[in-house]
Design a protein around this ligand. Sequence first.
Ligand code: BV8
Ligand code: ZN
Length: 254
Amino acid sequence: MTGPLPGEELPGEELLVERLRQGGRLSVVTGAGVSAASGVPTFRDAGGLWRGFRAEELATPQAFARDPEAVWEWYDWRRGQIAACDPNPAHETLAAWSRRPGFRLVTQNVDGLHERAGTEAVVRFHGSIWELGCWDGCAEAPARWWDDSVPLDPRPPRCPACGGLARPGVVWFGEGIDPAVLEAALGATACDVFLVVGTSSLVHPAAGLIDEARRQGAFTVEINPEATPVSESADLVLPGPAEAVLPRVDAALT
Ligand code: BV8
Ligand code: ZN
């Protein structure tokens, strides 16, 4: 079967247009695939490796405890990469849709590109690469503080309150999701249309949000050029790149 040529409308897009025209509550969950067109390496595509390490090996408290300098070198490298990237049409379309009443966006990404595109009240499910925290969790420091210096100096950065090690303000594998963030994300599953865009849907509990949305009666849609574990159960799958599909759906709405 010859798939649609880039730019050609995908079968099914008009179904999403129809649903969005009904003006109901729209919630979106995004993953690394929405930032791919901006040049941010995804986790599991070939670019997801760093000096032979897999993200799952570096993005853990154990890796940081073992070698904080190496983990900070990886995050500093990623911060430098992301700083050179700009939001792409996928981020821009979602920012335009974020002005719809009842819109919610939950992202697994830590790059901050949704906010730079103008989306407000982003639910940062896995935190932000632009935030730091005190590794020792000292009471004098805020839970997280903003530091977008590129490169980091000093590296590793220190906690301004206790002078101990600072850590990246992201959620590592094996760490729980901030309860307030989890509550906001679960609140977003109470919607009429639930879009899952650019995620391999392998990482939990983020990957389970679509099931929660379906349980509450949402029309569920996946936008991803590849099949994922949620493709079978989604009401609609649009097998294309987010930076092409989202602007095309938006153009059909106006
Ligand atoms: C927790 C921040 C418990 C860090 C990240 C076995 C089964 C189920 C679960 C587990 C298990 N073993 C362990 C677990 C739990 C674990 C987990 O899910 N592991 C997985 C790997 C099996 N989860 C956790 O540890 C979570 N915490 O469970 O806590 C707990 C509870 C209470 C108390 C204590 C503990 C925490 C997980 C958070 C990890 N942190 N990021 C950092 O960034 O450094 S996750 C990381 O992966 C990123 O956030 C990333 O966004 C996320 C998910 O990846 P994707 O976004 O999907 O990216 P990926 O590269 O995988 O895929 C890209 C997709 O885009 C592809 O599908 C591709 O086709 C598509 N694409 C490409 N181009 C485009 C595109 N799509 C559209 N357009 C394009 N142009
Ligand atoms: Zn401290």
